[in-house]
Write a protein that binds this ligand. Sequence first.
Ligand code: GLV
Length: 338
Amino acid sequence: MTAAASPRPRVLVARAVYPEVVERLRQHFDVDDNPADHLFDKRELAARLADKDGAFTTGSERIDADLLAACPRLRVVANMAVGYNNFDVPACTARGVLATNTPDVLTETTADFGFALMMAAARRMAESEHYLRRGEWNRWAYDMFTGSDVHGATLGILGMGRIGQAIARRGALGFCMKVIYHNRSRLVPEQEAPIGARYVDKGTLLAEADHLVLVLPYSAASHHAIGAAELAQMKPTATLTNVARGGIVDDAALARALRERRIAAAALDVFEGEPQVHPDLLSVPNVVLTPHIASATVATRRAMADLAADNLVAALTGGKPPTPINAEVLREGRLPAR
Ligand code: GLV
């Protein structure tokens, strides 16, 4: 008697991604993909995932206890993002569902963009470009769009993980900036020394930074980590840059602070409730706004998609997923063995 071939695992690719990556997944799985890039609501996502073993997700799909309860076959959710606040990780772990993300491959690209945004805010690039496009530039003026220097200034980093450290390196080594940072845990001396980074409390960070860059993960603990009270502690000449997640900054409070010039300028790649943007931010001039594209280079987005696919393939074919979030699920051996 011959054993029946075990059915191929089924996976959902929840958003449109590189066709080559979807093709690669098809070599291993029955793939339900979404080339039209329809944004599934909660109910649609649960319906599409109900018979799936795995999911290739992006930050737009919420994987929580309700969804997991509706999708009992699900064994792995592979996020094409380093941030995973769209996952309820304890709920995944409780159900033995492996969660993975895409760290490292986007670190330098995201740091480039964070640094560029910080410079754009400091040197008033978007504000002056809008002025030029409006046809208002008709003469030179000694104080036209004077901003603040980046070189030699104090760079403050809130959240000194991989991306925070990469931004700090750019500041210290490329622009002779003094680096101060605050983080849940202090770096080891071997990490601090090459960039001269000084660990400070959050109050000191706010008070001393000329340019404050946010690179911390979003969680209940970091919700509105920068609100009216924190903005009031910053220098009136300071800039604030957020390349982390919406919700870390109280966007309404920031718009007020910018309008009243309580800080000089801001640069935001992420927003509370994105893709909606707080209307007050759209009408203040001294803020640079970009649509969550810090990791968006051709090479890096492809590397992120490849890594998410590597995780999915490994998890469902008995391999070792390269970047698990809740590795304890692997140790408990609930995924298929090779
Ligand atoms: C982008 O925001 C990411 O988390 O990768």
